[in-house]
Design a binder for this molecule. Structure first.
Ligand code: ADP
Ligand code: MG
Length: 691
């Protein structure tokens, strides 16, 4: 059958239903998605060494002749080891394969093979443990660079590589099947190779230079398309919004028990200037945890109310909405305004009262979850929409709320607040259509949350530490990466082999060890600390159940709260002094920074302990170590951006601004590829201007 971009993957020879299901887990449903499933790395097997001249511990290729037939013996617990001897002109060595008994059939005595792996030398005894084996075939040179793909259970490197090869051969030979996606002039002006060339060489590069050429083109295109998508969505906006002329917030400031920080004052000034104009405000307030965004939001809401407009503040979770409500309601009541809460668990009678209050204008400020966008919610004069933690909402949800204010060409002002400090470069890129105020100053008197990275060996001491917090009258958060215990995936042969010579061993182990789950971990802790009071919250609970546990914790009726990241956002329990994060390597640094921000909110010294069994010298461990030494959310965000890409910062949810495909860049790295980004911005702007 003729393969096309859109051919479902199960119709490829050698795929079928089971493998198609596995491939789907990698996001591969069609042939087109397959050829855009790029390698995550490359093994350089062109480094061919004679056995005698390799450094101990060096990973290299060795061209060896098998001197013996491979012998398989069974070890304990069904493990097997397959051994043989092999030699080249310089020396001989032993080759061992763990749990790969089939190697017996792969290698023949007298045959010549390329072995790629780590050569160890113990007292003169040379050993290659579980190398990759490739038979040497006449007239068929072996590739120097071999792609390593992200995998899932049931899919091996070999299979993926074969499928990609088949797909590429089928598509590239037919120009109608693989259409060039960049305009000719853009390609020429920026010195970029064709799509066909890029795809062939990202998967099967003959050398590093060619790989770089392929990558450059694909990264450029990712940026280019992203910006085109963004540019189209906020073109020619001619709408207007109510002018809120009275921007005096002295009455509100008099209600605060503190003086605004310089950064807060600047943000409020920016907002006041926006609101008193006729153009709708589109402002993003970006500030670290605890930088005081709520006070800034309150100022905006106050200006709206004071000018006869209503304001809606939308928070992503019920916990957070409730917290905002309990912070702001007393203030607004004192100022003579009506403030109400609307969530999924608002009682019908209260809800009806609230709905009529919004419709007749007697309620000035409504705080809520996405319950606010339900159809029955109608405003008499909605002038300002505030979204807290904007990246948690899809644009669809925000637009739905904004639509409640729209009459013809008139819309309302919009303020979004992000507690994920967003690096400026990225913010400009993602929120090109938003003005930005940065809260880069924390209120005075904040203490650093001392941070430690420990492994399982510290478990006993950690439990003692939890108890001590309780004895001192404080509380503890424990965060786990998942809700329920999942079954561990099986290791594939391929994985074991990679694992054996430490190739990304960590990633492989982690993908096979089930992460700690809140629901089971809380039981383990309860057993170790039977005299403490535990609670558990996670995203699979009903909002009302979650709320009741949270309330108990906030009231000091629980000593330890075990949770998933549902507590990440905004929760405020100043009496909590210890934050423990289990499987910390599974979290983004920005996320860890958010979690850490849950403690250190009171006067008592506070700690954050990141528990991770990653190895000291591993990349994962070094990432975590950034948390120990860095307390500036913006710096952490920048580090995260370089390491993990912008995925964590990009708004998720339904109907996003940038409608096209995955928002995570596959290849591009916003920190490393700044120059290409700039070139792509230029090209995209030109394209937009010409269209
Ligand atoms: P976030 O930016 O994380 O949303 P919040 O708005 O929740 O931060 O503020 C965190 C805490 O700091 C709150 O208890 C708030 O009352 C307090 N706060 C805010 N601004 C100031 C300030 N200028 N001086 C002192 N405390 C402040
Ligand atoms: Mg907040």
């Amino acid at each position: 059958m003729l393969l096309t971009y859109d051919t479902p993957i199960q119709y490829m020879t050698g795929v079928g239903e089971t493998r198609a299901a596995s491939l789907a887990k990698l996001g591969i449903n069609t042939v087109g998605q397959l050829i855009h499933h790029y390698p995550r790395g490359y093994q350089f097997r062109g480094n061919i060494k004679p056995l005698a001249s390799a450094q101990p511990g060096e990973v290299a290729s060795f061209m060896l002749i098998a001197a013996t037939e491979p012998m398989v013996s069974t070890l304990k617990r069904g493990m097997t080891v397959c051994k043989l001897r092999a030699f080249d002109e310089s020396a001989s060595c032993e080759i061992t394969f763990f749990n790969q008994p089939f190697m017996k059939d792969v290698i023949r005595k007298g045959g010549e093979y390329r072995f790629w792996g780590k050569l160890t030398n113990e007292y003169g005894k040379l050993t290659l443990a579980s190398p990759v084996v490739e038979p040497i075939v006449e007239n068929k040179p072996l590739p120097n660079l071999v792609s390593v793909y992200p995998l899932t259970a049931g899919i091996t490197q070999k299979l993926l590589s074969k499928l990609v090869m088949t797909a590429l051969n089928a598509l590239i030979l037919r120009p109608d099947a693989l259409v060039e996606t960049l305009p000719e002039d853009v390609r020429k002006e920026n010195d970029l190779c064709t799509l066909a060339y890029a795809l062939s060489n990202i998967h099967f590069p003959p050398d590093f230079e060619t790989l770089a050429i392929a990558k450059r083109r694909l990264i450029f295109e990712e940026f280019y398309n992203f910006i085109l998508g963004a540019g189209k969505s906020n073109n020619n906006d001619t709408s207007t919004a109510p002018t809120l002329a009275n921007t005096d917030i002295t009455p509100l400031l008099d209600c605060f028990s503190f003086e605004l920080t310089g950064a807060q004052k600047r943000a409020v000034c920016d907002i006041a200037a926006d609101l008193s104009g006729t153009k709708p405000m589109r402002r993003l307030v970006s500030g670290d945890v605890g930088s005081g965004k709520t006070a800034v939001a309150a100022a905006a809401a106050f200006i709206a109310a004071n000018n006869g407009c209503q304001c809606a503040l939308m928070a992503p979770t019920e916990i957070l909405a409730t917290q905002h409500y309990s912070d702001l309601e007393p203030l607004f009541r004192q100022l003579g305004f009506e403030c109400r809460l609307l969530t999924g668990s608002t009682k019908a009678s209260e809800r009806n009262k609230l709905l009529s209050g919004l419709a007749d204008g007697s309620v000035q400020l409504v705080i809520g979850t996405h319950a606010l966008i339900s159809e029955e919610v109608k405003f008499s004069s909605l002038g300002l929409v505030i979204c807290d933690e904007q990246h948690r909402f899809g644009v669809g949800q925000r637009e739905a709320l904004l639509a409640k204010a729209e009459k013809g060409n008139i819309t309302c002002h919009q303020l979004t607040m992000s507690a994920t400090p967003i690096p400026r470069t990225l913010a400009m890129f993602l929120y090109g259509n938003l003005d930005m105020s940065v809260l880069d100053e924390l209120p005075p008197g904040r203490q650093k949350v001392k941070t430690f990275v420990v492994n399982e060996g510290y478990r006993e001491r950690l439990n003692g530490f939890i108890r001590r917090q309780r004895d001192e009258g404080h509380q503890v958060y424990v965060v786990c990466p998942s809700v329920e215990e999942a079954e561990s995936g099986e290791m594939s042969q391929e994985d074991i082999r990679l694992f054996d010579y430490g190739y990304d061993a960590e990633e492989i182990i982690n993908s096979h060890m089930p992460p700690k789950a809140a629901t089971t971990w809380v039981k383990v802790l309860e057993e170790s600390l039977p005299d403490l009071r535990f609670g558990c919250v996670h995203g699979k609970m009903k909002a009302s159940e979650k709320d009741s546990v949270m309330r108990k914790f906030a009231a000091g009726e629980l000593d330890v709260l075990v949770s998933t990241t549902v507590i990440e956002v905004g929760v405020n329990v100043p009496n909590a002094t210890l934050m423990i994060v289990e499987n910390a390597e599974r979290f983004g640094l920005s996320q860890l920074h958010q979690l850490r921000g849950r403690v250190g909110r009171g006067n008592a010294p506070s700690c954050c302990v990141l528990v991770s069994d990653t190895m000291q010298d591993s990349r994962a461990h070094k990432r975590l170590d950034v948390m120990r030494t860095t307390y500036d959310g913006f710096k952490i965000a920048e580090f995260d951006l370089g390491e993990r890409g912008p995925g964590d910062f990009i708004p998720s949810g339904d109907g996003d601004v940038r409608q096209h495909g995955e928002l995570k860049f596959r290849l591009a790295n916003l920190c490393e590829d700044m120059e290409l980004l700039e070139a792509a911005v230029k090209a995209a702007k030109k394209t937009l201007a010409e269209s």
